[in-house]
Design a protein around this ligand. Structure first.
Ligand code: C5P
Length: 237
């Protein structure tokens, strides 16, 4: 597999073409941003950890019959994935009140929800990723009714698998964000699932092991990310 031209740079990743038109290479960076890029920094070895965490979780999901874009990890920071036509929607799944749900409802962080809550956001930095609903998605032509239903079904399935897995390594999966795309007409899970895109709390101490440490200037981000990958590798590697 030959690495081709540079295609795109996101906040945490770069994407390169390959000699296979259906495959792209993701390179994970250490750059960290929050609040639509207003806060910038780096977390030591974050790219290496997120590449590893994401790929181990994608392989766990594949084993459970959930298709992801993962093909093969090449090295510490580089992974080959299926080239998806990205659906510009961020699907957030919540098990426990935190972050923007806490702000939006005035309810305290840490309260367990009686059932998972799925939220939809339009992926657009300039507009600050506004929350939208399935009517907006359909009418704006971002996805069809069937694709929206499939994303919802997959979001619940992925949550069930990941929530149970994290519980088995002493971590509460508070909430997380997913992105999907189309591959050969199918809705396939893309992007990453990592401490950048999830809220992960230690089950006993409730210590935050995710990007909230960076967002809230709590320090010890790298140590928290290391702790997550260590616990995951102990079971999945
Ligand atoms: O900020 P909020 O509470 O809505 O975030 C919910 C979850 O989605 C968190 O785990 C957060 O890390 C993730 N998220 C993300 N990318 C965004 C927005 C939220 O990974 N653009």
């Amino acid at each position: 597999m030959q690495v081709g031209e540079f295609l795109y740079e996101g906040k945490a990743k770069q994407i390169f073409a390959t000699d296979d038109a259906k495959v792209v290479l993701i390179k994970y960076k250490d750059d960290a941003t929050a609040f639509d890029g207003q806060k910038k920094g780096t977390i030591v070895n974050k790219g290496i950890i997120n590449n590893r965490v994401s790929n181990l979780l994608f392989q766990l999901l594949e084993k459970e019959g959930i298709e992801t874009h993962f093909i093969k990890q090449l090295n510490e920071r580089d992974t080959l994935v299926k080239k998806l036509a990205i659906i510009p929607i961020e699907v957030v799944v919540r098990n426990v009140i935190a972050g923007s749900l806490s702000q939006r409802t005035g309810k305290a962080e840490g309260v367990e929800l009686s059932e998972p809550v799925v939220e939809l956001y339009y992926k657009n930095d300039e507009l600050h990723d506004p929350m939208i609903n399935e009517y907006h998605i359909r009418v704006m032509g971002w996805a069809t009714t069937e694709q929206i239903q499939e994303m919802d079904r997959l979001a619940h399935e992925i949550n069930a698998v990941l929530k149970q897995f994290y519980d088995s390594i002493g971590i509460i999966l508070v909430d997380f964000k997913l992105e999907f795309g189309l591959y050969e007409g199918r809705v396939v899970l893309g992007d990453e699932i990592s401490p950048d895109t999830c809220r992960l709390w230690d089950k006993v101490s409730l210590e935050k092991l995710d990007k909230d440490r960076f967002r809230r200037d709590m320090g010890k981000e790298a140590e928290a990310y290391q702790e997550v990958v260590k616990r995951i590798e102990a079971v999945l590697a």
